[in-house]
Design a protein around this ligand. Structure first.
Ligand code: FAD
Length: 419
């Protein structure tokens, strides 16, 4: 396995009864699943909302004995124009936001379009009788793949655009870059509390790759940068920095697309071209450990989209750590929502209100020099990238691809780039 992110590690886990070796360039396995423990809390710097029990990720968590729990709070909160909406159905948001009549109508129309498309996506992404998983996946990837999400929404007032944009940005790119089908699929993942991205790894996401790496022991080598993978008659030669070479029957290349393109020799031009067209961008993630001793207004909210701010989403993990925060969550569910809304508003809009007592370790606004999720390449490019090359496999880059409703590729007009 070339690459010790979750793709390479889970492939190694599947093949653990064979003679398998994971080669990871960095000193830490886990790639874009990264977290650090802080007492009974933890800080996540990469992927953190994972698919449910009935998914490849869910099965992997169960098999490796890593505990995960449903995200305890609201996943679809929205903070905009001084108001925080963190309850009730998203369909009611247009009526509760401060908007002009024109904007409200436009938001209702756009929301209804997305909602209907999400229902359609749910139907499209279901496996049909007799269909292979690969065929289902190809069909889902082709769904509304001929236009961007921005084209799908059509001309909308700036306020309406601002509401949809952060969710798409967080998932992988701008609405102008991702395909309509991808964007709709992502809204389905966020809105679907049963089958979507709804679980956290207790103790932090890095526990999953950590558990696999521990189980594989010496079969995971970190600090091992692969420079070339060359296939020949009956196997592959994997060349590492320093001149070391390893022979194997197969190599699974589980790096980002641009890295795979660099190290894979002799792949078809179409595959190389497809890999080169997957664009990556930098993604800045900050995680803060605060030390408030009691309930806070944002307890009970897991994810807030923050349109028109300098960041696009805010997540709170406090409820998962237990203690006072958990009690606060319970009281919120039982308690007076109106009061909590009142208290939440000034805090999130920068005014007065209860605040954390101290951002004890403003740990890291880590500029994720690693790429965020791969946005997209045109459908043909994705299909080509996924094709098997003799002796090599090119697995995906997104945990969601392990799921039934997964999607990964999406359209971009950006030139390929690296963080
Ligand atoms: C901020 C952020 C938030 C996210 N949130 C979510 C989320 O909530 N839910 C979700 O499902 N997904 C989320 N994702 C996406 C998810 O984290 C990734 O899709 C997933 O972790 C990618 O795993 P991977 O193994 O495919 O790639 P990576 O994690 O990138 O692993 C690739 C590995 O290959 C190694 N490598 C590269 N080149 C070489 C080489 N030449 N030789 C040896 N090794 C090499 C790299 O060092 C790396 O460790 C998020 C991503 C980010 C950045």
């Amino acid at each position: 396995m070339v690459g010790g992110g979750i793709a390479g590690l889970s492939a190694a886990w599947e093949l653990r009864d064979r003679d398998v070796l994971v080669l990871e360039a960095e000193e830490r396995a886990g790639g874009r699943l990264m977290s650090e423990p802080r007492g009974r809390y933890w800080l996540n710097f990469g992927g953190h909302v994972l698919a449910g029990e009935d998914s490849a990720t869910g099965r992997l968590l169960a098999a490796t004995g890593v505990d995960a729990a449903p995200v305890p709070g609201v996943l679809t909160a929205l903070a905009m124009n001084g108001r925080v909406l963190a309850g009730g159905r998203v369909e009611t948001y247009p009526l509760r936001l401060q908007l002009t009549r024109h904007e409200r109508l436009a938001l209702l129309r756009a929301g209804a379009r997305v909602r209907l498309a999400v229902l359609e996506y749910g139907r499209v992404s279901r496996r049909r009788a007799g269909e292979s998983e690969a065929d289902r996946r190809a069909r889902v990837l082709a769904y509304r793949d001929d236009r961007t999400f921005a084209d799908f929404l059509g001309e909308v007032p700036a306020e309406v655009d601002a509401i949809f944009r952060p969710t798409i940005q967080r998932s992988s790119g701008e609405p102008e870059q991702v395909s309509a089908g991808y964007g709709i699929g992502y809204f389905q993942l966020v809105w679907d509390r049963k089958g979507g991205l709804t679980r956290n790894v207790l103790g932090g996401s890095a526990r999953l790759p950590g558990a696999i790496a521990d189980a594989l022991g010496g079969r995971v080598r970190t600090g091992a940068r692969v420079e070339r993978v060359v296939a020949d008659g009956d196997g592959v030669t994997v060349a590492l920095g320093g001149g070391e070479q390893i022979r194997a029957r197969f190599a699974v290349v589980a790096t980002a697309a641009y890295a795979a393109r660099e190290i894979l020799e002799g792949i078809p031009a179409e595959t190389a071209d497809a890999l080169g067209r997957v664009a990556y961008g930098p993604y800045v993630v900050g995680a803060l450990l605060t030390d408030e001793p009691g309930p806070m207004p944002y307890d009970g909210i897991y994810a807030v989209a923050t349109p028109k701010t300098s960041f696009n989403m805010l997540f709170t993990h406090g409820l998962l750590g237990g203690g006072a925060r958990r009690r606060a969550g319970r009281s919120r569910r039982r308690g007076d929502r109106a009061d909590l809304r009142r208290r939440r508003r000034p805090h999130l809009s920068g005014g007065r209100g209860p605040r954390p007592r101290g951002a004890d370790s403003p740990l890291a606004a880590r500029a994720a020099a690693s790429p965020a999720r791969p946005p997209s390449a045109p459908a043909g490019a994705r299909a080509a990238a996924r094709e098997r090359v003799p002796g090599r496999r090119l697995p995906g880059h997104d945990l969601r691809r392990d799921r039934r409703h997964d999607r990964n590729g999406c359209r971009t007009r950006d030139p390929p780039g690296r963080a």
